[in-house]
Design a protein around this ligand. Structure first.
Ligand code: CUA
Length: 379
């Protein structure tokens, strides 16, 4: 039978205050350690703002986490010794049950609430600088992830910059990132910044480089077989530089201008058009006779000139554009010349098999236009 013992509930054990004093001293030592710890033994030296604030937040979290761990762990050990079962206790004896202690509940609610609120204020301040603040005179730069490298776009430089990314020191930067294929993630450890590169979505981070130097850019999202090579810290074969290694170089303003002008000249005649993601082949002027010859060469091994059901590898293509019983193509898009051109351009993989894309099939845009013109004559 359980007997409540209110007098015992008030007792914290004989050594409680001594243990508390020891834990307080250990916590203070832990906090001092995190305030002065040389973080550059585990992380690169900060090379951009707000990197120092990120490090300060890390120190604050590590210091408070250490103190919390010492107190929780210390009391856990102390109480399990001080209130361990005694030889005289019955086999089903349980410890003193504490409930409805309003003073205790008040403090254990208030202290964590204040702590979490403080933590969120500190975090949101940094988050605001990175995500929202609009710096005056910001340099707007873009980076695109590819399998398996990064490219960069700058105002007044045509096309894309490959290899190194350069930025001038002490100028605020607005960096927009996205991807041309799968999800990558742009990470510069020395900047304490990371942004996911997601196809169809632009993520933005803002920072100001504060230290001249070369800093590795690392992809931190598994993006296929060569993901590991999208890391300037990974050496290549036989100790040679990794061919995919890419660096972010922070320059003096003069060096940056030199580099920037070099790319303006180098890319002067490059098109600014983004790589196409949807079919944009111009189908006007397609020649059905030329298309028929091409079909015999390139397509007839896999496609019959019979009805849809007459498969070789892919479906029969007679009436591909004019068969009311198959209003959609194998990719689910409506059977239109433009959508047929898209399949010719991009290829197709589905349960019917795999069709190579235009590059693998050696088809030019003109070839695609001719093939579509020919397929359009099949009724
Ligand atoms: Cu790109 Cu991992």
């Amino acid at each position: 039978m359980l007997v409540e013992n209110r007098a015992a509930a008030a007792s914290l054990g004989r050594g409680f205050w001594t243990v508390t004093a020891v834990l307080a001293v250990l916590s203070v030592i832990g906090i001092i350690y995190w305030v002065i710890a040389p973080l550059d033994t585990v992380m690169p030296i900060v090379a951009a703002q707000p990197g120092e604030q990120v490090d300060a937040l890390l120190r604050f979290m590590a210091a408070s986490g250490t103190a919390l761990f010492i107190f929780v762990g210390g009391y856990l050990i102390y109480f399990s010794i001080a209130f361990r079962a005694k030889a005289s206790d019955g086999p089903d004896a349980i410890g003193v049950q504490v409930h409805d202690n309003h003073v205790l509940e008040f403090w254990w609610t208030l202290i964590p609430t204040i702590f979490v609120a403080l933590l969120s204020v500190l975090s949101v301040r940094i988050w605001y600088q990175i995500q929202v603040a609009q710096p005056p005179n910001g340099l707007v730069v873009e980076s695109l992830g590819h399998q398996w490298y990064f490219t960069f776009r700058y105002p007044q430089i045509n096309g894309e910059v490959t290899g190194e990314m350069h930025l001038p020191i002490n100028q605020p930067v607005v960096l927009n990132v996205t991807s041309s294929d799968v999800i990558h993630s742009f990470w510069v450890p020395a900047f304490r910044l990371k942004a996911d590169m997601i196809p169809g979505l632009i993520n933005t981070i803002r920072f100001t480089p504060t230290r001249v130097g070369r800093y590795p850019i690392i992809c931190t999202e598994f993006c296929g077989t060569d993901h590991g090579m999208m890391n300037a810290q990974v050496p290549g074969e036989n100790g040679k530089p990794n061919p995919s290694a890419q660096w972010l170089v922070v320059d003096t303003p003069t060096d940056f201008q030199k580099w920037y002008h070099g790319w303006q000249v180098r890319n002067a005649n490059v098109s600014n058009a983004l790589p196409t993601t949807t079919g944009t082949v111009n189908l006007a002027g397609g020649d059905a006779t030329a298309g028929q010859a091409l079909f015999a060469q390139k397509c007839s091994a896999c496609h019959a000139l019979g009805p849809f059901s007459q498969r070789i590898v892919g479906p029969g293509l007679k009436g591909v554009l004019h068969d009311p019983s198959h209003p959609n193509l194998v990719d689910g898009d409506p059977a239109t010349p433009a959508n047929v051109a898209t399949i010719l351009e991009k290829g197709f993989t589905g349960d019917l098999g795999h069709m190579p894309d235009a590059t693998q099939n050696g088809l030019s845009d003109k070839d695609i236009a001719n093939l579509v013109a020919y397929l359009n004559t099949l009724k």
